[in-house]
Write a protein that binds this ligand. Sequence first.
Ligand SMILES: Cc1cc2nc3c(=O)[nH]c(=O)nc-3n(C[C@H](O)[C@H](O)[C@H](O)COP(=O)(O)O)c2cc1C
Length: 266
Amino acid sequence: MKTTIYYFTGTGNSLAVAKDLAGELESSELIPIAGLVDSDSISAESEQVGLVFPVYMWGMPLIVKAFVEKLSLPESAYVFGIATCGSSAGRTLLQLNKMLKRKGSGLSAGFVVRMPGNYTPMYGALPDEKQEKIFVQEKQRIPEIAEIIEPGKAAEIESSFFLLNVLFGLIHKVGSSKIPGMDEKFWADENCTGCGICVKVCPVDNIQLEDGKPHWLHQCQQCLAFLQWCPKEAIQSGKKTQRRRRYHHRAVKISEIIGQRAGEST
Ligand SMILES: Cc1cc2nc3c(=O)[nH]c(=O)nc-3n(C[C@H](O)[C@H](O)[C@H](O)COP(=O)(O)O)c2cc1C
């Protein structure tokens, strides 16, 4: 049976997970959410459908929510979710399940996969050896996930503990509405050459060059692709990021990040 895997990624973790999973499945296709999200409606034809995306503020990225709102699924489809996160996913997959249930579907299985954190406004990239350990764990976990998905088995929808879910759920509810405008803190320092890579990697066309410098349009997803893929590390958030190490997944190419918006499958 063919599995369609829809993915969203800023720094490549979720794409790496989606690709590793595809490598374990007999037949699959990878489709970027950013290329479809502006369509009026989205129809999944496969009987097996997966969504792979990062956790933002203990919940789903806004772009993934918008995508799921428009998505129609075959009635009998087996649907699974994979949320990648730096430490804690909170109730992200329960949130996805709730959205799908409102549409008459639901998750048959939901997996949280830990990956290196990428939120540079709060912390720098992990040292290489720590990243390596996480990648080894991910490579071991994906075949286990594929063994559940391939035959269409039901599995637990993974989440944090109940009380944490309540707390994280509240923070997400209040915080996520502010995400599009949080780009006010971004700026380009004197190392910016105006190369425009930040414009190209943005999955929602939220950046324009004005007088050779990036300018943000307040429809941000906070994926940080522009900050992490800038070849000069010239884009900053507030005052502290100039000293922080950048992160993107080593097995993902910048062309794959750029291709998301154009809907190019990898
Ligand atoms: C805006 C933002 C919010 C995040 N919030 C969380 C969070 O609530 N919990 C967590 O464990 N990681 C959080 N992270 C880390 C990412 O979920 C994690 O690094 C993810 O694997 C990145 O996926 P990507 O490379 O596909 O974009 C956040 C990252 C960003 C950019």
